[in-house]
Design a protein around this ligand. Structure first.
Ligand SMILES: Nc1nc2c(ncn2[C@@H]2O[C@H](COP(=O)(O)OP(=O)(O)O)[C@@H](O)[C@H]2O)c(=O)[nH]1
Ligand SMILES: [Mg+2]
Length: 194
């Protein structure tokens, strides 16, 4: 089946969100550094687009990938760790918040949390902030392969409860193993529209 997620390519990196031009529709990925955003994006598109790093805090720019003619997938800088400094480095908030609040075409913010670790304080702050701004968000529990199969059902319920959502509202994925990826791919393609 042909979808908008075939032939996605890198478009641009930007640090000044107000300089980003318009697009037809876009989805964004947020989460702490190292939670697996770039890996998820690559898995969604079936190719290596975003750089996967073993060093936390490498992505310090808004990275835009182009799907179809004018649809965007946006990999945002991670929070929690930036280049040797704890928590948000100066400028992180302005950049990410400026992007998130400045895009009328933003259809969904996929907020990644670690399936095994569960939501951290910074994850909760991010989600509260998204909700307060009235932005569309959905939590994706990433690296689900790190949870023992025998614990999966219970863990999914626990993580959902900690987030205050039902287990079904939580996307449960492993980009490494492909778990949950067809559904997330279909959802993303639908959000971006063809
Ligand atoms: N076990 C496992 N490891 C993953 C998965 N996704 C990412 N990782 C690893 O987590 C680390 C950080 O991934 P990356 O995509 O760069 O995270 P980002 O900083 O959020 O973009 C890398 O070492 C990845 O190989 C996954 O689904 N399962
Ligand atoms: Mg990354």
């Amino acid at each position: 089946m042909r979808t908008v997620l075939e032939n996605v390519r890198f478009l641009l990196s930007e640090v000044a969100p107000e300089k980003l031009g318009p697009c037809g529709a876009e989805v964004a990925f947020v989460g702490r550094s190292n939670v697996g955003k770039s890996t998820l994006l690559n898995a969604l598109c079936g190719r290596t687009l975003a750089r996967v790093s073993s060093t936390p805090g490498r992505t310090r720019t808004i990275n835009v990938f182009l799907a179809g003619h004018d649809r965007w997938l946006v990999d945002l800088p991670g929070y929690g760790y930036v280049a040797g400094r704890p928590a948000q480095a100066e400028g992180w908030g302005a950049m990410v918040e400026g992007y998130l609040t400045g895009r009328p075409t933003l259809r969904m913010v996929f907020a990644l949390v670690d399936a095994k670790v569960g939501p951290t304080r910074l994850d909760m702050e991010m989600l509260d902030w998204l909700a307060a701004k009235g932005l569309p968000w959905r939590v994706v529990a990433a690296k689900a392969d790190q949870v023992k199969p025998s614990r999966t059902v219970a863990r999914r319920r626990e993580v959902a409860k900690a987030l205050g959502v039902g287990p079904e509202a939580l996307a449960w994925v492993s980009a490494a193993r492909g778990v949950g990826m067809p559904a997330l791919r279909a959802e993303t393609a639908a959000l971006l529209g063809k």
